[in-house]
Design a binder for this molecule. Structure first.
Ligand code: SF4
Ligand code: SF4
Ligand code: SF4
Ligand code: FES
Length: 565
């Protein structure tokens, strides 16, 4: 252990601890910009400088390890003055002309630069802002890059490389002209980007954001000739409250329903319904593959970021991936077929909107083989913008109930929002369908939690089913090196699964994923029915419309295919 003093207070920490980490233990927050927990150290912005007694320079706290007897000052006059100067230079590299100021930046509410200006005590700009060429990469269906707002912190690049095995982004140019870019400046839409949006979460400014669909949705709602149906995904409901000061992880699905209805949506449905449907279709597919020596391991298909990643990087694995559409797309199909028939509506008049934790879903809806199922995707962040745009006092809204026929769902569907949830839901159903016995213990604890790779062996009627779960694409790559060990694999693109999706609120709470996860599992616990095959509305859907699971009609409407890219 190392003993040192920070701001004259003694502390003992493990060797190898950085000054930043040690100060945090004493509840001192040293401002950072290029540093992000979980990523490698870049040491580029120098905002985290501290004073160390006996040193002539000011070391950076994010990279400097503690030494025995060190005396550190995190907020001395010299440190504060230096930080203010560094910040002034940084900000001068960021456009503040009237077209691009904070008033018009749609990420301004979560911008770290704004928060840092206040924290560091920068009230007035010292240097004239540098006017960089204003470029905007709009080639992607999911993610936009506005290079002029880039402060070259490199967090997006490291996130893409280290968490998502991407290598999609790079820093181009030199000196003050340095900016984020794609390989050969091809544009995000023309490279192997999975559209996961993790770079958006990593970016401290408004330089990377989603392709906004808010205005199109408002137009559709206001158009008297359209019938707007909106679905809401499992992970959205435990995160939206962060935008409105609710307790972390609180499930606010009933307030979302009321908000959307007050805006004028014709019907508000639950994606959880088609999550249950996915389990029936995917579970049946798995059982068929087991019984008829089909391709194993079967790999889940609900995460569109993973699908695109596999199409680029694992073309040989495409036959392993379940042919089920994602719950979003199954919903879209049913809205324009089953629901349209039931309500005697022309499918052309239906505008299908999904509220997702996900930016990759914006890409998914436009895939050629899925076109027209879903018209617009709003992220959780965009939902918050929409709620504000309509002037709704979200936390004071009364509770509302989802509309039928897509409003009933189970606890198994609720857990789709976390890593391991799809697998657990599939096992709850698979166990009963294969063994014919009732499953008493519904929690598969080995595949719960935020670990990057989880595995379990499940005994189903004497048959040992080996399953694996990975979240984050770097973890998926590592797990797939041993894929032949398993019968069934779940892969979620985003860390923690959809609770950590690229469309979720940008949070500075350290354990935000745990909080959202707790909210998801609490929802499951409270549901009366917790197995997808027991959902009465799903049973009715097969009786009235689809026929048999994996039957001809179900296959035509609810399954898809993939392509090598
Ligand atoms: S969306 Fe995902 S894959 Fe694409 S650049 Fe961002 S982090 Fe990388
Ligand atoms: S785009 Fe954002 S995260 Fe990436 S380098 Fe620029 S400011 Fe940093
Ligand atoms: S894990 Fe969820 S949020 Fe992330 S890409 Fe997949 S579906 Fe979207
Ligand atoms: S946060 Fe330490 S150098 Fe950027």
């Amino acid at each position: 252990m190392i003993t040192l003093h920070i701001n004259s207070q003694p502390i003992k920490v493990e060797a190898g601890t950085t000054i930043l980490e040690a100060a945090k233990k004493l509840h001192y927050r040293i401002p950072t910009l290029c540093y992000k927990e979980g990523l490698s150290i870049y040491g580029g912005c120098r905002l985290c400088v501290v004073e160390v007694k006996g040193r002539s320079n000011l070391p950076i706290a994010c990279a400097e390890e503690v030494q025995e007897g060190m005396e550190v000052f995190t907020h001395s006059d010299l440190v504060l003055e230096t930080r203010r100067n560094i910040f002034q230079l940084l900000i001068a590299n960021h456009p503040f002309d009237c077209q691009l100021n904070c008033l018009t930046c749609l990420k301004s509410s979560s911008c770290e630069l704004r928060k840092l200006a206040e924290e560091i005590g920068v009230g007035q700009l010292k240097y004239e802002a540098l006017h960089k060429p204003w470029t905007m990469d709009t080639s992607s269906r999911s993610v936009v890059i506005e290079t002029s707002k880039c402060i070259s912190c490199g967090r997006c690049v490291r996130t893409c490389n280290e968490i998502q095995h991407g290598g999609i982004l790079t820093m181009s140019e030199r000196g003050l002209a340095t900016k984020v870019d794609t390989f050969m400046a091809k544009g995000l839409g023309n490279v192997d980007c999975t559209n996961c949006g993790q770079c958006i979460l990593a970016c401290p400014t408004g330089a990377i954001h989603e392709v906004y669909h808010v205005n199109q949705v408002i137009q559709a709602i206001n158009d008297p000739d359209t019938h707007v149906v909106i679905q809401t995904a499992p992970a959205v409901r435990v995160a939206i409250g962060e935008e409105f000061g609710a307790p972390l992880g609180m499930n606010l699905e009933k307030k979302i329903v009321t908000a959307l209805r007050k805006m004028g949506a014709d019907k508000v449905f639950d994606t959880n319904f088609t999550a249950d449907l996915t389990i029936i279709e995917e579970g049946t597919e798995f059982i068929n593959r087991i019984n008829h020596q089909g391709v194993l391991p079967i790999i889940t298909s609900c995460s569109p970021g993973w699908i695109k990643f596999a199409e680029h990087n694992y073309p040989d694995l495409l036959p392993n991936i379940s042919t089920c559409k994602s719950p979003q797309q199954m919903f879209g199909t049913l809205a324009k077929t089953y629901y349209a028939e039931k309500e005697k509506l022309s499918p052309d008049k239906i505008v299908s909107v999904s509220i997702m934790p996900c930016t990759a879903k914006k890409y998914e809806l436009a895939r050629d083989e899925l076109k027209d199922d879903v018209d617009y995707v709003l992220t959780t962040r965009e939902l918050a913008k929409l709620i504000r745009a309509y002037g709704l006092e979200f936390m004071n809204l009364p509770d509302g109930e989802y509309d039928q026929p897509f409003g009933i769902s189970t606890g198994a569907a609720a857990i789709f929002g976390v890593s391991g949830g799809v697998m657990e839901a599939a096992l709850r159903t698979g166990y009963e369908l294969i063994s014919g016995k009732e499953l008493e213990e519904l929690e598969f604890v080995d595949i719960r939690g935020l670990k990057g790779i989880k595995e379990a062996v499940v005994d189903i009627d004497g048959e040992k089913i080996r399953v694996a779960v990975a979240n984050g694409l770097e973890n998926a790559v590592q797990m797939l090196k041993h894929k032949e060990k398993y019968h069934f694999i779940e892969i979620m693109t985003c860390p923690g699964g959809c609770i950590g999706g690229g469309g979720q609120p940008i949070s500075d709470v350290d354990n935000i994923l745990e909080e959202r996860m707790t909210g998801i599992y609490a929802t499951d616990q409270k549901r009366e029915i917790r197995k997808s095959h027991k959902n009465p509305a799903i049973i009715k859907l097969y009786e009235e419309f689809l026929g048999e699971p994996n039957g001809e009609k179900a296959h035509r409407l609810l399954h898809t295919h993939y392509m090598k890219r």
